[in-house]
Design a binder for this molecule. Structure first.
Ligand code: CA
Length: 222
């Protein structure tokens, strides 16, 4: 899962990014609403975290502009502790949640996970798919009750495929879920990760390659 952070204070922004990396998210940081909009035009993100205090266009104007453009990506707004009015306005303008600064990392991560679950219409943090069980809070998976040893990127690939089960997921979509801008990843590397996941799943689920389009996960035929 990949998060876009919009924060002009480099210390806070970098802290949030490191917290997200520690929680298993790929994360990119931009320092203005304008930069965030162009990032969202070119890359796919599962969540946006935007500070309310930004230069020129603030976080509230940013949310309004995003929703006016029909972009449905979930948005978490960071506000000041005493910013009741800002929080109400942010939610009314189309933000999905808010967090007051300063905040604790576990709460930030839990809110990110909850927002992404909701955006994917998954109410339960545990997802069952055939013989597979994914715990999206612990980021662990079992196949027929047996724990799968997955790296962070392998986990992210499996989670993305399962959340889109039965549909084709493009290679570039998978790439954006596992790597941020600082990582030089090729589409070939995505193939390598997918084949590792496929091997680790054994027969618990089937990942098909759809030539020229991407991958699709299905339950095995009984
Ligand atoms: Ca700021």
């Amino acid at each position: 899962m990949r998060v876009l952070i919009v924060e002009d204070d480099p210390l806070v922004g970098d802290g949030v990014r490191r917290a997200l990396n520690g929680g298993g998210f790929a994360a990119d940081l931009v320092s203005s609403a304008e930069a965030a909009k162009s990032a969202l035009d070119t890359d796919s993100f599962d969540l946006v975290i935007a500070d309310i205090g930004l230069p020129r266009q603030d976080g509230l104007q940013f949310v309004r502009a995003l929703r006016n453009r029909g972009q449905a990506v979930p948005v978490l707004i960071l506000t000041a502790r005493d910013g009741l009015e800002d929080r109400v306005t942010a939610l009314d303008l189309g933000a999905d949640d808010y967090l007051s600064k300063p905040f604790q990392v576990p709460e930030l991560l839990a809110r990110c996970r909850a927002l992404i679950r909701r955006a994917n219409s998954v109410a339960n943090p545990k997802i069952t798919f055939g013989d597979l069980e994914l715990d999206t809070t612990r980021k662990s998976a079992t196949a027929a009750g047996k724990m799968l040893e997955l790296s962070q990127r392998e986990w992210a690939i499996l989670e993305c495929l399962i959340l889109n089960a039965g549909h084709i997921v493009s290679k570039s979509r998978l790439m954006s879920t596992i790597a941020d801008w600082s990582e030089d990843l090729t589409l070939n590397a995505v193939e390598v990760y997918v084949s590792r996941v496929r091997a680790k799943l054994g027969g618990a689920a089937v990942i098909s390659t759809v030539r020229g389009m991407g991958y699709r996960i299905d339950e095995p035929r009984k």
